[in-house]
Ligand binder design. Structure first.
Ligand code: AHR
Length: 613
């Protein structure tokens, strides 16, 4: 087979070509990227999977020493549930056995690490003088700082804040709050946050770093179906997720779990830490099971306008001032919004969409508006700057979708491929087979990058203790993580945003399972330019490829150049906590300085040559 790369027809790929999509699914945020360690910190959790608002808290002590119930007189107006704790101690003073109280396991265990500091906050109301003990199971802590003494009893709500330092490591620890004094206590809004988070903004460092390593140019959030809700009452309502964390009511989400909404609208926008542009998806007045009447849609439209003002308005504007009060006076660089998620098939969508479109276009003419309707094969019947395209399919299906946008009209809206993945049998938990087919698909998108403006894989995260949607790109538990082959495939494309695309022609008589593309990208740290040629072999046989390069002003040097290959012995090979690097790209240097370039392509492989020019 031969590949002829020609520099004569160069064009620029969009600066936002490669990005990520973060949805609250699989405990990606709560119990994942958002570093809060307490689960159900406000005792508000409910919904069909939980037996009480106390879950997953448990009681320390027996029936004769303590009883707990839910009280609805909390000092927090938007979340009235608090824990009522009646401590009897079986008539003994002080309580026996070192005290009684409550315990929280976090999200399948709290990762408490030796030498690390944690901010513990709780709110309490007590009739009498009392003293609470904080501890993590299996770990001694030292208190480093403490705001307010732990002794009061004037029946007023008090906020207690303590910094503790762990004296040992336990990856699956629980928080315990105990007392040795009899009394009647109300407890609410309990939080444990590690002080060591990404840029101090509350994100779990190792997970955030995995995203940062993908160099995303945009981040689409917060869903997905999470935006819609199974019913409208369970949609993500951004106004309920801003302000102080104690005042956020939280909500039961479509992926069957309670979200405290610590990971709220502002926290999503904070993705500016990645150098990524936020893409906000808001509810279009449609959930999976119900929809708002057109007559009541104006509230939704106003919410969308207010959300844009919160994100990008001046710090003196009504909603921008709340953002400023939350510590971010500078506007976020919000340039894209999407009207709904996968709603095009809904009878209300077109009408609703136009209402949002008109209001946003008139108030914010520079904001790019993304429609849910697919314009890859024909024109839309409404105006849009971009259209959203999702696909979950087999590996063969994904490979053949590499030509999906070849015939899309170049005069219509640009494509935003915001969700793609091989799934089910071919992917299992994240196989090489899936990843290779996805690489072929993205090469096809790169070839069509005059019309495809943005691309992101979905879902990004899986907390292994809540396997709602498989496969995913990054798998983690309370303390470990790994990338699936689909994660590593994305790394082949992180230099594509803003790169120069070159035409290339592949001629083959031996296989119709090859696809290739070529870009020129600049390594700004090294101040060097590279010609990157990516080739996917989605076939079962080894292929030999001769490469010819025409029309480049400078010579191609194999010295200083590298070859990176992703493959494995078995197509269904996966990574795991035990073997996190079983299927990862391997990079080697090209030693020779031949004019002739030949590369051997293993079956089911992705190969990238970075040639110094
Ligand atoms: O990525 C998982 C889900 O797939 C998203 O929530 C939804 O948009 C799609 O159906």
């Amino acid at each position: 087979s031969t590949l002829v790369v020609s520099a004569s027809n160069a064009r620029q790929i969009s600066n936002t070509f490669h990005g990520v999509f973060v949805e609250e699914i699989n405990h990606a945020g709560a119990g994942g990227l958002w570093a809060e360690l307490v689960s159900n910190r406000g005792f508000e959790a409910g919904g069909q999977d939980n037996t009480s608002n106390i879950y997953p808290w448990s009681v320390i002590g027996n029936e004769s020493s303590i009883s707990v119930s839910i009280d609805r007189t909390s000092c927090f107006e938007r979340n009235k549930a608090a824990l009522h704790m009646e401590v009897y101690c079986g008539g003994q003073k002080p309580c026996p056995y070192g005290g009684v109280g409550i315990s929280n396991p976090g999200y399948w265990g709290m990762n408490i690490e030796q030498g690390k500091r944690y901010k513990v906050v709780y709110h309490v109301r007590s009739e009498r003088k009392f003293d609470f003990q904080l501890s993590f199971t299996g770990i001694d802590i030292i208190k480093v700082a403490s705001y307010r003494r732990h002794v009061f009893g004037d029946r007023k709500w008090k906020r207690v804040e303590t910094i503790v330092e762990a004296q040992a490591t336990n990856h699956k620890s629980s928080l315990q709050i105990t007392t040795i004094r009899e009394g009647s206590y109300l407890l609410d809004q309990v939080s444990v946050m590690p002080l060591d988070t990404y840029m101090g903004h509350g994100f779990r460092k190792d997970l955030f770093q995995m995203v940062a390593d993908l160099k995303p140019k945009f981040l689409r959030f917060p869903g997905g179906c999470y935006v819609e809700g199974d019913y409208l009452k369970n949609q993500f309502q951004w106004k309920d997720t801003v302000g102080s964390w104690e005042d956020r009511p939280g909500h039961y989400d479509i992926w069957n779990y309670w979200s405290d909404d610590g990971f709220g609208f502002l926290e999503y926008l904070q993705v500016e830490d990645l150098g990524a542009m936020p893409i906000w998806v808001f509810n279009a007045g449609i959930s999976l099971s119900d929809a708002v009447n057109l007559s009541a849609l104006s509230t939704y439209v106003q919410d969308a306008l207010d959300g844009i003002e919160f994100a990008s308005g001046s710090h003196t504007s009504a909603w921008g001032s709340l953002r400023a009060a939350m510590g971010h006076p500078e506007p976020f660089d919000l340039r894209y919004v999407a009207v709904g998620n996968e709603n095009c098939g809904s009878v209300n969508y077109q009408e609703n969409y136009l209402k949002f479109y008109e209001a946003i276009r008139s108030a914010y003419p520079d904001i790019q508006i993304i429609s849910n309707c697919d314009a890859s094969s024909g024109p839309l019947n409404h105006p849009a700057d971009l259209f959203d395209f999702h696909t979950y399919t087999s590996s063969d299906g994904m490979f053949s979708l590499s030509t999906k946008f070849d015939h899309t009209s170049r005069s219509g809206p640009k494509a935003f491929v915001s969700e793609y993945a091989v799934w089910r049998k071919d992917a299992a938990n994240g196989s090489l087979l899936a990843a290779v087919a996805e690489a072929a698909f993205i090469i096809g998108l790169e070839k069509n990058s005059d019309i495809v403006q943005m691309v992101s894989y979905a879902p990004l995260f899986l907390n292994i203790d809540d396997r709602r949607w498989i496969p995913d790109a990054i798998v983690f538990d309370s303390y470990q993580l790994y990338g699936t082959p689909s994660y590593w495939v994305q790394k082949f494309f992180i230099e594509s945003s803003g790169a120069t695309f070159l035409d290339s022609t592949l001629t083959t008589t031996s296989s119709n399972k090859l696809i290739a593309s070529a870009i020129i990208w600049q390594n700004s740290a090294e101040k060097k330019n590279y010609l990157r040629i990516k080739v996917v072999n989605f076939g079962t046989t080894t292929e030999s490829l001769n490469i010819y390069i025409n029309g480049l002003n400078s010579d191609v040097h194999q010295y200083g150049s590298t070859k990176t290959v992703l493959t494995s012995t078995n197509v269904m090979d996966e990574n795991s906590f035990l073997e996190p690097k079983k299927v990862v790209p391997q990079t080697s240097s090209l030693e020779k300085d031949d004019k002739e370039m030949n590369v051997i392509l293993s079956p089911y492989s992705v190969t990238s040559l970075d040639l110094l020019i």
